[in-house]
Every structure is written in structure tokens, then in C-alpha cells.
Design a protein around this ligand. Sequence first.
Ligand code: DAH
Length: 341
Amino acid sequence: MQEKFDQLKQMAKDELLSVFSTKNLFELKTKYVGKNGEITALLRGMKDVPASERANFGKMVNDLKVEVSEMFNQKEIELKEKELAEKFESESVDVTLPGKINKNGSLHPLNLVKNKILDAFCGMGFEVFEGPEIDTDYYCFQALNIPKDHPARDMQDTFYITDNVLLRPHTSPGQVRTMEKKAPPIKILSPGRVYRADDDASHSPMFHQIEGLVVDKGVSLCDLKGLLDEFVRIMFDEDTKTRFRPSYFPFTEPSVEVDVTCCKCHGKGCSLCKGTGWIEILGAGVVNKKVLEMSGIDSNVYSGLAFGMGIERITMIKYGISDIRTLFENNVKFLKQFNRR
Ligand code: DAH
């Protein structure tokens, strides 16, 4: 009997020598000490052993099981250590490799400029009101004193949806919608997309404007001058000067076009300002009394000033961009230049 036990033990020992992975070890364990293993089978044969020898037999089988299990456990510890070492080796990280650089995005130049304009005026007490991009003939034209035969209404300039509904060609309807809703004092900016049937190096069928409106008692052209002087100093630089030229807009009387000293040559004359030293940045004026009255504001008590500027135009002047289309192509090389980090 003892001989058989020794033989089994030796077999397990020999087989263990050719085990090199925990997976194979598990198979070997099952073969000897598993539920149907060879040593477990010995216990099952106990019923054939004479009663007087049973106790001794049981002890011997158990001792054998403990001994063989111990061998397996020892091997398992060794194999696990070996496998872990191999894993560390194969998954090691080369800490000398260069790290990954996170590329940061940035605001689009039009948003940079829009935010700067809004900041400048909000610092002077303006609020922001956004009107709809699809609007009616009344808000875009009639209420702004733009008569039926005015060229701005021409199908060539304006995208009509129906006879009465159109893509707004400017943000000036924001003035009317505000005056209808709010009693003076009013101090608002109305930014947004506008649409015109125009497409070349300095015009785009969709572009952005910001409209400004102030209505209060005693508002005059002097206030407009002071306000815009302050704005251009914030937008361009401290030394930038403004110039008002007489102009005509149906919704303002008097109307002006506002120029600033060229930010490239500072007034000396260069290619950007076509040798004049001045660049036009916006249209403005004192709100026409008819416009105030149409929106329900008593023009004998209140007066107003208004201005409207193109964000693309300001952006192109500020950054020396010669073709408006570069602002819409989203070429990453171009946009990267505005990443201030
Ligand atoms: N709406 C005009 C345009 O699109 C810009 C403008 C000019 C707005 C004079 C005004 C203004 O409020 O007073 O060309």
C-alpha cells in the first residue's frame, strides 16, 4: 500500500517538473486532488479496506493529500511570482518618451471681437438684447422709416421668404423691438447674424452686426461722440481718434458715418486706409423722431442715438485681414493665430 502511495507522490512530483504556468498547474491539481482526482479516488476505495485497517488507511491517504497539496501550493506561489515579474517586464513604461501635448482650442476671431465689443459697451451700462434672424418687413424696414421704394428693400439685396417675411438684412430691427417692449431709459446692444445677397472679398451673404441704441431725456450727438470715442479707445488703442462724416440713414437724423485713424499707419496713410489715414467703422446718428413715435415713444420728451457696425469689418481692420472669406473657411492654420495661450 505504502508503495502505491509513494509511487503516486513521485508521479505528482515528476509531473510538476514540467509545469510552467498556473493554468497547467491547475490541471495537474485537478488530476490528483480534484473531486475526481487520483488521491480522492483512493478515499472512495476505503469501503473495500478491512475495518481494522480503515483508520490507518484514511490517515495515510489524508497525509498524502496534504503533502501533495503542499507541493502544488508551493509551486503556485513560485509560478505567480514568475508570471507577475514577466507581466511587469512586458508592460513596462518608458518614462523617457516625450509626453502627449494637449492642443488647446481658441475662440474664433469673430467671437473674440464680438465679446470685446460687448464688454466695452456693457462696461458703459449697456444690456444685450437679441432679436430674431427671420423678421417681418415691418420691423426690418417700415418701423425704421425705410420707405417702400428704398433700394435696401430690393430683391437684389434682401433674401425674402414671402412678401412680408425675410432674413433680416441688419440688426436695426432690434431697436424697434426693444422700444416696443421697454420704456426709456434704454441702453441696449443687439448683436447677431444678418443676411444680404452679396458675395465678394469684402462681403459675405451671412455676416454679423451689432446695433446700439440709447433713448433717454436729452440724448444728443455729443453723447454719441463721447460714447464712440471711448469705444474705439477700448477696441483699438488709446491714441485712436474718431471722425464723424455727414451721411444718410432713414432711421437717424442727423446721420453720420464714423471713421477711426488707421490702426496700421496711425493716420499717416497706407495701403489699408488707401492713403487717407482714416478707416470707416460704422454708421450712426440721432434716432429719427418718426422712428421713436412709431414705437410709441414721445419724441417731445425723449431723444435717442443709434449706431450699427459689422463685426467682420471691425475684425478685418483690427487684425489686418484682407479677404472676408478667410473668416468663414475655418482653416486651422489661420485660426491658430488667435490662440492667445
Ligand atoms: N443698419 C445699418 C446698416 O446695416 C447700420 C446703421 C447705420 C445702424 C446707422 C444704425 C445707424 O443704428 O444709426 O448698414
